[in-house]
Ligand binder design. Structure first.
Ligand code: PLP
Length: 416
């Protein structure tokens, strides 16, 4: 491969979705942002939309705004369904946080499998998912069965299958692993779970807006995900949940709020869940965050998931090739090498990963660190250019070659 900056520039010139970068607010042209998989950049349309919503809708319209805000969770859900997740209308809704949605859907699934005593997840699933399942298992006297997972290679479907039996109620896993970016085989795992009569709940936080999610092809039952990563909806924006249409009537989630009730404004006595995906809602939705999610989802839908996934694969392949050429075994790959089973971020292993992260930030490159000693590089395909990868990896090369990172403290900070 050609390792010159000119080559990176030529890749950008030929990039069919390269023009989407101009749709984002990018105030610091020197900054190399390798963290769009944690918090996406601000779309220009979102900034305008929020300004208008604050001034006109909240500022002027006041409570009259609810005539339109009331349908926002559903309309953004439908947009995510058609443009991002490729499922049907009425199967996705914007709601709460990912953590709360894991709780609601996992509890609903457990209630739908009475008499079964086991929840299956893996020991490398994202912490909030593990903790929530641990809490549900403790509250209900169930077993939480942890499948051992290689933190770099990702989930092994055979190991998941080996953990399944007819006492399993729920299998809850991440589609794209948060640390390595490894993509789980959703089709094989869902098929195996269904064979023993269990339901599946997938965490799509690192998938939505980055890779094609085979919800339909796999027959997956339930899913959750956030909008602040590849969907660029901003810090703390509301999450989404997916419930396959044929399951909705049979599932009840445990937080019985008025937004989940049939005929909400009848204010009637007793809880009677709405006959639609609305039954998975709880309370008043965050409207400003919802608008941001809507604008972010529009951009992703306009670019198209297949184009985004293809570019994400090429960007991560390129980062791996540069790391290997420039740094050799001083930086080991800690993600799958095959882009077909890797999301849009790539992770490297170094005992000095924390110090490398600090040195990169000082050099105006933002990656992130993940335990135990991993340098994670997120390459959000909507706005990351090949020259950004070239520049960021070249600054990393200078740091490693000079050893300048060793002057940074090795002790971890509060936020990694
Ligand atoms: C895979 C995954 N699941 C869940 C979460 C947590 O979501 P939240 O804190 O928004 O509830 C994150 C956050 O980064 C995540 O990466």
């Amino acid at each position: 491969m050609d390792h010159t900056r000119q080559y990176a520039e030529s890749l950008d010139t030929q990039d069919p979705i390269g023009h989407f970068r101009s749709r984002f607010h990018i105030p610091d042209s020197d900054l190399v942002y390798f963290d769009g998989n944690s918090l996406g950049r601000l779309p220009l349309a979102t900034r305008e939309r929020l300004r208008d919503a604050v001034d006109r809708e909240w500022g002027h319209d006041l409570i009259r705004g609810w005539d339109t805000w009331i349908d926002l969770a559903r309309s953004v859900g439908d947009l995510l369904a058609s443009g991002v997740l490729h499922v049907g209308p009425g199967e996705v809704v914007l709601s709460d946080s990912t953590s709360v949605n894991v709780y609601k859907l996992a509890a609903a699934a457990l209630d739908a499998r009475p008499g079964r005593h086991v929840i299956v997840t893996d020991d490398d699933n994202f912490p909030t998912d593990r903790y929530l399942l641990e809490g549900l298992a403790a509250a209900r006297g169930l077993e939480l069965r942890l499948v051992a997972t290689d933190i770099d290679a990702g989930l092994d479907p055979a190991r998941v299958a080996a953990a399944l039996d007819d006492d399993v109620a729920l299998v809850c896993l991440s589609h794209v692993a948060y640390r390595s970016g490894a993509i789980a085989d959703m089709v094989a795992i869902t098929t195996a779970a269904h064979r023993v009569g269990a339901l599946t709940l997938w965490d799509l936080c690192h998938s939505a807006g980055a890779v094609r999610v085979p919800l339909r092809e796999s027959g997956a039952d339930l899913a959750v995900g956030c909008t602040y990563k590849y969907l660029n909806a901003g810090p703390g924006a509301p999450a989404f949940l997916y419930v396959r249409e044929d399951l909705q009537a049979g599932l009840r989630q445990p937080i019985w709020g008025w937004f989940g009730r049939r005929d909400q404004f009848a204010m009637a006595p007793g809880y009677d869940p709405a006959p639609s995906i609305d039954r998975f809602l709880v309370g008043t939705p965050p409207v400003l965050g919802g608008y941001a999610a809507q604008e972010g989802a529009r951009l992703v839908a306009e670019a198209g998931i297949d184009a985004l996934a293809e570019k994400g694969a090429r960007l991560t392949d390129y980062a791996i090739a540069l790391a290997s050429e420039w740094l050799g075994d001083r930086l080991a790959l800690a993600s799958p090498r095959d882009s077909a089973v890797r999301g849009s971020h790539v992770t490297f292993h170094s005992p000095e990963a924390w110090q490398l992260c600090q040195a990169l930030k000082a050099a105006n490159v933002i990656p992130d660190f993940r335990t135990p000693d991993r340098l994670r590089i997120g390459l959000a395909p909507l706005y990351t250019r090949f020259v950004d990868v070239h520049e960021g990896m070249s600054r990393l090369r200078s740091i490693v070659e000079s050893g300048s990172h060793l002057s940074f403290a090795a002790t971890l900070g509060r936020v990694t």
